[in-house]
Design a protein around this ligand. Structure first.
Ligand SMILES: [Zn+2]
Length: 194
């Protein structure tokens, strides 16, 4: 939501742009990146004119901030040749009130040389990943590690949930075999997850 001309509080989501750094200093629950200031939480933003500061008042009791080192769970919402976009839905075991976008680069996806992101994850898959850094407000993810990678995936041919068997994924419906960077936690995503 754009900053209203009349000052006061306005609702913001994590990752939402609040101001540019030339205008204000980043205050509590904000982060600076790319010359902009973004909210790190769901809350109400406001301007402190006296201190030339933009700040956010979190609306949740224990606001969740995504930091380097955090293990997250997300849904793959976009796959390009060398990069995937992940909609992060859970951080350190806590569900986010609103998904937060992260990116997974192919070089950080596996210790093997992966030619295509399609061999790592595909649209609609759920992945467990670690946050490498959050510079420029975009969490950069890694799936290097035994427990990291795809934890739930669906058949590209018929849409049925795939089953992990001896290092690859099999469709119980049509027999299709697929490749992913599979997590040792494959199949453990709890019921009720989106
Ligand atoms: Zn199938």
């Amino acid at each position: 939501m754009p900053r209203p001309k009349t000052l006061g509080e306005w609702p913001v989501l994590p990752g939402e742009k609040l101001a540019v750094v030339e205008e204000f200093y980043p205050g509590p629950w904000t982060i600076e990146g790319d010359g902009n200031i973004y909210s790190t939480v769901t809350g109400l933003a406001s301007i402190d004119q006296r201190r030339r500061m933009v700040l956010v008042r979190p609306l949740t009791k224990t606001p969740i901030v995504i930091e380097a080192g955090d293990v997250v769970i997300g849904k793959v919402t976009g796959v390009q040749d060398k990069m995937a976009i992940v909609s992060i839905i859970e951080v350190k075991g806590k569900r986010l009130p609103n998904p937060f976008t992260g990116a997974l680069n192919i070089a950080e996806s596996s210790t093997r040389y992966e030619r295509s992101m399609m061999d790592v994850c595909r649209m609609g898959d759920f992945v467990k990943a670690k946050v490498i850094n959050t510079r420029n407000r975009l969490p950069i993810l890694s799936t290097i590690g035994r427990e990291l990678g795809v934890i739930k995936a669906f058949c590209s041919k018929c849409g049925r949930e795939l089953i992990a068997k001896s290092g690859s994924l099999h469709c119980p419906n049509c027999g299709n075999k697929e490749i992913r960077k599979i997590s040792s936690d494959y199949g453990t995503l709890r019921r009720g997850a989106p």
